[in-house]
Design a protein around this ligand. Structure first.
Ligand code: SAM
Length: 280
């Protein structure tokens, strides 16, 4: 396969099963002048097993900014470069955007060699609507910040996708159930494409109880997929109670408008109810 000079190739590598590396990815890695790797110790065995001798250069969170100018100069000199991360698609919760931006701003082509991505793989098997989703990456590690981040997602109607470190997964499932409601559907996708692949779905309450009891859940790598907030009012949120509360603080029209948005009840009907009650 021919590659274009002066091009940065962003190459996806497997998230577990080596056979998921595409033929094109293999050709590009073998043909560029250097492979920029998040961790050369992780990428070296992959290249070696493929019989690829392209030199490796470390490009990670801590040296990316410092290396960008030199790498853009290499593109200007006509070299083709490949960017890979430890696993999956670079830039997706992985380093690389500074280099991609700098290459694009300098006018060099940046070309994707797509392949595995844990978030997309999890969405494809979760059985939760995937036509609209919000990829949230890693939640904050500290408990309070994590709860605040989840609070902000309470009303999000798109499916939510999280990456999570295994040692925090039990706490996160507990926080998800407490914040978003134990009845929400969700899926734990663990060790995808690997020997111990486990895809488990259920409500957040069920998954939290299962994770607390399961020894294996704290090993390996995990994606959490959580259904978005239902468009209709959550159980227990009574439209008239909400309307009453809001009407104490806001003009009637505004209170009816917000209640309609949150509960799905017709705005005019809610407003009329306030009128009938003598609140307008
Ligand atoms: N760039 C990668 C991608 O495209 O998926 C993600 C890199 S991020 C630093 C690593 C996280 O991805 C892990 O903590 C885990 O949440 C998820 N992950 C990676 N491989 C996985 C796998 N085989 N099964 C489940 N989750 C995985």
């Amino acid at each position: 396969m021919s590659i274009e000079p002066g091009t940065l190739y962003v190459v996806a590598t497997p998230i577990g099963n080596r056979a998921d590396l595409s033929e094109r990815a293999c050709s590009v890695l073998g043909a560029v002048s250097v492979v920029l790797a998040e961790d050369t110790r992780r990428t070296r065995p992959l290249l070696r097993d493929l019989g690829i001798r392209t030199p490796l250069l470390a490009l990670h969170e801590h040296n990316e900014q410092a290396r960008v100018a030199d790498l853009v100069a290499r593109l200007a000199g006509g070299e083709a470069l490949a960017l890979v991360s430890d696993a999956g698609t670079p830039l997706i919760s992985d380093p690389g955007y500074r280099l991609v931006r700098a290459a694009r701003e300098a006018g060099f082509p940046v070309s994707p060699v797509p392949g595995a991505c844990a978030a997309i793989a999890a969405l494809s098997v979760a059985g939760i609507p995937a036509d609209r989703f919000a990829f949230e990456g890693f939640l904050p590690a500290k408990a309070v910040a994590r709860r605040n981040a989840l609070d902000a997602l309470r009303a999000e109607t798109r499916t939510l996708v999280f990456y999570e470190a295994v040692h925090r997964v039990r706490d996160t499932l507990r926080d998800l159930a407490a914040t978003l409601g134990g009845e929400r559907r969700a899926c734990v996708a663990r060790e995808l494409t690997k020997l111990h692949e486990t895809v488990r779905d259920g409500t957040l309450a069920e998954l939290s109880a299962w994770a607390d009891a399961d020894e294996d859940v704290v090993r390996g790598e995990i994606v959490l997929v959580v259904a978005g907030a239902a468009d209709a009012a959550p159980a227990g949120l009574d439209a008239r109670t909400l309307l009453d509360e809001l009407a104490r603080e806001l003009p009637a029209a505004k209170a009816a408008q917000i209640t309609a948005r949150l509960t799905g009840e017709p705005r005019k009907k809610l407003y009329q109810w306030l009128v009938d009650k003598g609140g307008v």
